[in-house]
Design a protein around this ligand. Structure first.
Ligand code: ATP
Ligand code: MG
Length: 440
């Protein structure tokens, strides 16, 4: 992509409305634009990152056996009256009427709709287990939308829903998602800690929130500091092995970790003093086993091996991609801008032409741009006639992991400079070596 033909509305000044660094950087880097309170457009640079995040989420959901579909944003109120949540949900739900005066709503979540899809076609235990997910916009009329897309009113969620015949089956489905989440956050360059979470008034339920430690986080967390030492399950983990997944789950949940609602002072104080960690964090995912909470009122049942009908045991599993993007920035930035992990970077490399219009510089940049693009790299080419200082600032701000810098002096020697955004290390090398550095 040539920067001169791209659309990245960079802000020179720090936007006054942004209280936290990720919000500031997303606005400055031209990734998002607020359209009305808590409602954002994702501009091209932001959209590229969001797509990469979604794809990693999708790959790990698929690996764990979940199946993708797409449900609508607008839902009929009837379904929610069946579950009893239409009245219970309160002001967070955006309620709408269509031209026939029928009550509709912009979905804040999809338990009711997926239960309706399930009950309309699944009749036998032989079709279980089943896990269906989508990545779709949600709307919650939050009391205090803030921090950009970290807490917005319209936001994207990956929400998966599992269906099993028994509680044991549902626990295995839960462990699959638990393992998938560990892998997902790891691939996004994050260490998310699974915290025991509140399961509401119904006992016997199971719930974990995945939290990234960050001073600007809205959740209070209490945990053992050793979470960072655990291994992430490998990609070839057998998701059908009940024992294997149980052992991953038990290992990760053996250490104390809880958010404020579930915080147990006695258990926390039992951790040796130097090993306690009390901090703040950002909730990026939430998994929940809730048994027959929706299947009973909505009549979602299957015939079991005993010939009798059984209400299915369900779980739901959310991840917020539009919150994850700022969370990644909170975890990875410096005073000059964003430092993207390679897995979600909007571009693999940026080629900086320090003197656009200079024949040698133009020729060298075009050559590198063409070679890397041909090799399948996603390359941003800064071919604008901005000053070199502006170009460096832009490249650092938008956080592309590598910069190939072509200035007249180096180019005269057949050389360019390669800069690593994260370490700041610069290396001068021949043009060919620079190309091979990324193609090899
Ligand atoms: P929170 O406690 O932050 O309000 P929640 O518990 O209401 O979140 P869930 O219903 O568990 O959220 O939703 C699953 C995921 O969706 C969350 O872990 C988060 O990543 C994302 N999410 C929820 N609300 C928002 C929001 N207002 N803006 C952006 N992402 C959100
Ligand atoms: Mg939650």
């Amino acid at each position: 992509m040539r920067l001169s033909r791209f659309f990245v509305p960079i802000l020179k000044e720090n936007p006054k409305e942004a209280e936290i660094v990720s919000h500031r950087l997303m606005l400055r880097a031209g990734m998002i634009r607020q359209q009305s309170q808590g409602i954002y457009s994702w501009l091209p640079l932001g959209k590229k990152v969001l797509d990469k995040v979604n794809n990693i989420i999708r790959e790990e959901q698929n690996r764990a056996g979940a199946i993708e579909l797409l449900m609508p944003t607008l839902q009929s109120a009837e379904l929610w009256q069946e579950s009893g949540r239409y009245d219970a949900y309160g002001k967070e739900m955006l309620r709408i009427k269509d031209r026939q005066d029928r009550p509709m709503l912009y979905g804040p979540t999809n338990e009711e709709m997926i239960t309706d899809i399930f009950r309309s076609s699944v009749k036998s235990y032989k079709d279980l287990p089943l896990n269906l997910y989508h990545i779709q916009l949600k709307f919650r009329d939050e009391v205090r939308p803030r921090f950009g897309t970290m807490r917005s009113r319209e936001f994207l969620m990956k929400d998966a829903y599992s269906f099993d015949l028994t509680r044991e089956g549902a626990e295995h489905s839960y462990n699959k998602m638990f393992t998938a989440y560990l892998r997902t956050f790891d691939r996004l360059g994050l260490r998310a800690i699974p915290m025991r979470a509140d399961t509401g008034p119904i006992g016997g339920n199971l719930s974990h929130e995945f939290i990234i430690l960050a001073d600007t986080g809205e959740s209070e967390v209490f945990c053992h500091r050793d979470f960072v030492n655990f291994d992430i399950p490998a990609g070839n983990t057998d998701f059908d092995s009940v024992d294997r997944l149980k052992s991953i789950f038990s290992k990760w949940t053996s250490l104390y970790a809880a958010t404020s609602e579930m915080h147990d002072e006695a258990a926390f104080n039992a951790i040796p003093e130097g090993e306690r960690l009390s901090a703040r964090g950002i909730e990026v995912g939430h998994i929940f086993y809730f048994g027959t909470k929706y299947s009973e009122p909505m009549g979602a049942k299957v015939q079991g091996p005993d010939g009798k009908e059984h209400f299915v045991h369900m779980g739901s599993y959310g991840i917020g991609p539009t919150r994850l993007v700022p969370a990644i920035i909170e975890a990875s930035h410096d005073e000059n801008g964003i430092i993207w992990p390679e897995s979600v970077a909007p571009f693999d490399v940026v080629v900086i032409n320090m003197k656009a219009g200079d024949e040698a510089c133009d020729g060298t940049c075009e050559l590198i741009y063409a070679a890397l693009t041909k090799a399948g790299k996603d390359v941003l080419y800064d071919d604008t006639d901005d000053r070199a200082g502006t170009k460096f600032a832009t490249a650092d701000l938008i956080g592309v992991p590598y910069q190939i810098i072509a200035g007249p002096r180096a180019v005269a020697n057949g050389e360019v400079e390669v800069k690593n955004r994260k370490t700041g290390a610069r290396e001068t090398m021949t043009i060919e070596a620079a190309i091979n550095r990324f193609v090899a």
